[in-house]
Design a protein around this ligand. Structure first.
Ligand code: SAH
Length: 204
């Protein structure tokens, strides 16, 4: 599927019905999701691979990976309502995705999900709950040799030191994330958040 078509398809998916601020529920905008997925595709990390989406929300990244030819895709998400939306969103031809309701913190997850080739994720940035992104990074490194994650711009030094001895950042792609006024504490109609997409390779 071409980049433009992927972007248009992802654009049409339903968003969070009642987004929960404590879980930092922001749907990845289609252009940013498509950029992450295409970058991963070009690196040979999607087609024919088992892909796991951590904190899959309404399924944008997971469904995109399936549309780009992943062999199998599993989305892991703590919020049952979001999983319901994701399952409805995945009702598209060629978007065969399994969604599991689970906490990224759950130590039994790696055994339940089994190994993946590639993790994709837009984890909470830790704006509401400090270090909320850490269980995601830990789980990603346990599940797969390669991870693509969306982080706040400027997170590279943190991710580098947090994963020291466990992984290395191999690629970094900048982007921005327009957040529409969603929660009461938002003061502007739209706020542009600068982000970076990092590719993390697990240390063998
Ligand atoms: N990946 C989706 C959603 C990003 S928002 C997308 O790209 O659109 C972050 C998601 O992580 C939310 O859906 C939130 O419910 C989920 N989440 C937050 N904490 C979690 C946890 N501990 N375990 C699993 N999912 C979690």
């Amino acid at each position: 599927m071409k980049l433009k078509k992927l972007e248009m398809t992802l654009q049409r998916l339903s968003g969070f019905t009642r987004p929960r601020p404590s879980l930092e529920q922001y749907q990845t905008p289609a252009p940013l999701a498509a950029r992450l997925l295409y970058h991963a595709l070009m690196n040979g990390d999607i087609e024919g691979k088992r892909v796991c989406d951590l904190g899959s929300g309404t399924g944008v990244l997971a469904i995109g990976a399936a549309l780009l030819g992943a062999a199998s895709v599993v989305g892991i998400e703590i919020d049952e309502t979001a999983v319901g939306t994701a399952r409805a969103n995945a009702d598209l031809p060629e978007a065969d995705v399994e969604f599991i309701v689970a906490n990224a913190d759950d130590p039994t997850l790696p055994d339940n999900v089994g190994p993946c080739d590639t993790v994709i994720m837009n984890p909470p940035f830790g704006a509401q709950k400090a270090h909320a992104d850490r269980p995601f990074i830990d789980l990603a490194l346990r599940l797969a040799p390669v991870t693509y994650g969306i982080f706040n711009a400027g997170s590279t030094p943190f991710v580098e030191s947090y994963t020291e001895g466990r992984g290395k950042i191999t690629d970094r792609v900048g982007g921005s994330f327009p957040i529409k006024r969603t929660f009461a504490f938002h003061t502007r109609d739209v706020q542009e958040i600068e982000v970076e997409i990092l590719r993390l390779k697990r240390t063998p």
